[in-house]
Design a protein around this ligand. Structure first.
Ligand code: GCO
Length: 455
C-alpha cells in the first residue's frame, strides 16, 4: 500500500532514554540513579537484568547516530541523565556528563537530525532519594529546575525543543503506588505527593528556561491511554470516567486548565500533599507543545471495594509472548493492538484541550523478534502495528488535530524497565552478547515512510 503523506515539516523520528540504552553507569563521573539501585535489588527485574551495559550507547554513540542517519530519521528523542550532570543530584556539576550530550548534539546536527531531549526520564539521582525522599519532597522540584537550567545553558545554543518530564504519571504511580518501578514504594499518598511535585518541577523548569533561554521551545511528555468501560453499564461508565481522570486528565488538566480533574481530586483529598498558593499557575503556564505516548487502550470496571476510586483498570497485564485474543492481536507486553486509540487521544486534545501543538513522542510495540539463519530480522507484526497507528494519526491530522511529528518507540531494542531485556521494542535489533545492531524489516519500512514524504 502507498505510504500516507504528511504535511511538509512534519517530523518523523525515533525515541530512546538514557537508562534504557546508555550503560556506562560508572563512567566519567556519573552518579547512581534510583534505577541503578532498583535494578540491583533482587527480584525486581525479570532475569535479574539491569542497565549497567544496556546497549552500550555511551560508547557507541557515533555508530548509533550513523544508524539513525541511515534510517533517514529527521529527529531523535533521547533523555539526559540527571546523575551524569549532577552525580550527587545537586551542587557540583560533572563537566564530562555535559560534554557527552554536547558531542551527541553536535553529531546529530551534523547529520541533519534534530535533537529532542527529555530532561527527566525516571533516572533520579539516588542521592536525592536518600537525602530528600525524592519527589515526595518539594525541594526536589526546585533542584530539577536548577538541573534544567544548567543543561539548557550548556546546550540551549544548539537545542531548540526540550521536554521537561517523561510520563510523570508512570514515575509516580509505578514507582510509588504499585512498587513495580524505582524507587519501589507502595503508598497512595506518596503517589499524590510525587505527582504534584513532578508537575511543580516541570513548571519551575519552564519558568526558568523562559528567563535564561527564551529561544527554546518547552514541552512535557505524558502517557495517554484511552480507558473504555468494560461493560455498557452506568457503573462501568462511571468507573471509566474516573479511570480516565486518574490516568490521563491527572496531567492534562493541571497543565492546560490549572486544576486537577474533578471528581477524582475531591474524592482523594485526604491523600494530597500541600498544594500551595501559586503552584497551579506555575504548573499551567503556557508551553509550546505536548508530547504524548500511546500504545494501547485499557478497560475500567466498577469495584465497590476499591478505596476512593471504586474502580479497577485492566488490559496491560504483561504476557510471555504476543497472542491473539478474540481475533485481536496483542503484543508481547500483553497490550491490545488498538490503532483507534491514538486517534482518540489526538481528538481528546483537540476537543477538550483547545487543540495544542502535539508530537507523538512514543508509539510502538514489543514482539518476540528472532534473527533468521542469515541474520535478518523480519517483524511483520510491528510493520502492521506502525502502519495502522500512523494511518490513524494521519486521519486525526486531516480532521484538524495540530499534530507536528511522530517518534517511534524505539530506535533499538533496550532495557524495558521491570521486564529487563525480555521485551524488544526496537526497529533495530540488538544482540546484547555482541552489541551488534541489525535493522529489522520495520526499520526498513519506517525508512521508506520517511523517504515517501519527500517525494
Ligand atoms: C514508557 C517509557 C518507555 C517505555 C515504553 C515501553 O512510556 O513507559 O517512556 O521508557 O520503555 O513506553 O513500555
Amino acid at each position: 500500500m502507498e505510504y500516507p503523506k504528511f504535511p511538509p515539516g512534519f517530523v518523523f523520528g525515533a525515541a530512546s532514554s538514557a537508562y534504557q540504552i546508555e550503560g556506562a553507569v560508572n563512567v566519567d563521573g556519573r552518579g547512581p540513579s534510583v534505577w541503578d539501585t532498583f535494578s540491583h535489588t533482587k527480584g525486581k527485574i525479570r532475569n535479574s537484568d539491569n542497565g549497567d551495559i544496556a546497549c552500550d550507547h555511551y560508547n557507541r554513540m557515533a555508530e548509533d547516530v550513523a544508524l539513525m542517519k541511515s534510517l533517514g530519521l529527521k529527529a531523535y528523542r533521547f533523555s539526559i541523565a540527571w546523575p551524569r550532570i549532577y552525580p550527587d543530584g545537586e551542587g557540583q556539576v560533572n563537566q564530562k556528563g555535559l560534554d557527552f550530550y554536547s558531542r551527541l548534539t553536535d553529531l546529530l546536527l551534523k547529520n541533519d537530525i534534530t535533537p529532542f531531549p527529555t530532561l527527566f526520564h525516571w533516572d533520579l539521582p539516588q542521592a536525592l532519594q536518600t537525602r530528600y525522599n525524592g519527589f515526595e519532597n518539594r525541594a526536589v522540584s526546585s533542584l530539577f529546575a536548577d538541573y534544567t537550567e544548567t543543561v539548557v545553558r550548556a546546550l540551549g545554543d544548539r537545542v531548540v525543543n526540550w521536554t521537561t518530564l517523561n510520563e510523570p504519571f508512570e514515575f509516580a504511580a509505578l514507582g510509588h503506588f504499585l512498587g513495580q518501578h524505582a524507587p519501589g514504594k507502595t503508598s497512595l499518598p506518596a503517589y499524590f505527593r510525587v505527582m504534584h511535585h513532578l508537575l511543580l518541577g516541570h513548571g519551575m523548569a519552564v519558568e526558568r528556561i523562559r528567563a535564561v533561554a527564551p529561544q527554546c521551545k518547552m514541552g512535557i511528555v505524558v502517557s495517554l491511554t484511552p480507558i473504555h468501560p468494560q461493560t455498557d453499564t452506568d457503573k462501568d461508565r462511571q468507573a471509566a470516567m474516573l479511570a480516565n481522570q486518574f490516568l490521563n486528565h491527572i496531567t492534562l488538566s493541571p497543565i492546560y486548565k490549572g486544576s486537577y480533574p474533578e471528581p477524582l481530586w475531591g474524592r482523594t483529598r485526604l491523600l494530597h500533599p500541600a498544594v500551595k498558593e501559586g503552584d497551579m499557575s506555575l504548573i499551567s503556564q503556557p508551553i509550546d507543545f505536548l508530547g504524548i505516548n500511546n500504545y494501547q487502550r485499557e478497560f475500567a470496571t466498577f469495584r465497590w471495594y476499591v478505596p476512593f476510586l471504586q474502580m479497577d483498570i485492566s488490559g496491560s497485564d504483561i504476557a510471555d509472548t504476543e497472542f491473539v485474543r478474540d481475533g485481536v492481536q496483542h503484543t508481547s507486553m500483553g497490550w491490545e493492538v488498538y490503532p483507534q486509540g491514538i486517534y482518540e487521544c489526538l481528538r481528546l486534545l483537540k476537543d477538550e484541550y483547545n487543540n495544542p501543538p502535539v508530537y507523538i513522542t512514543e508509539n510502538g510495540a514489543a514482539f518476540d523478534d528472532r534473527p533468521l539463519e542469515d541474520g535478518t530480522v523480519n517483524d511483520p507484526l510491528r510493520v502492521q502495528f506502525l502502519d495502522s497507528y500512523i494511518r490513524k494519526a494521519h486521519q486525526a491530522l486531516e480532521e484538524g488535530c495540530d499534530l507536528r511529528g511522530y517518534f517511534v518507540w524505539s530506535l533499538m531494542d533496550n532495557f524495558e524497565w521491570a521486564a529487563g531485556y525480555s521485551k524488544r521494542f526496537g526497529i533495530v535489533y540488538v544482540d546484547y552478547a555482541t552489541q551488534k545492531r541489525t535493522v529489522k524489516e520495520s526499520g526498513r519500512w519506517y525508512k521508506g515512510l520517511i523517504h515517501a514524504q519527500s517525494r
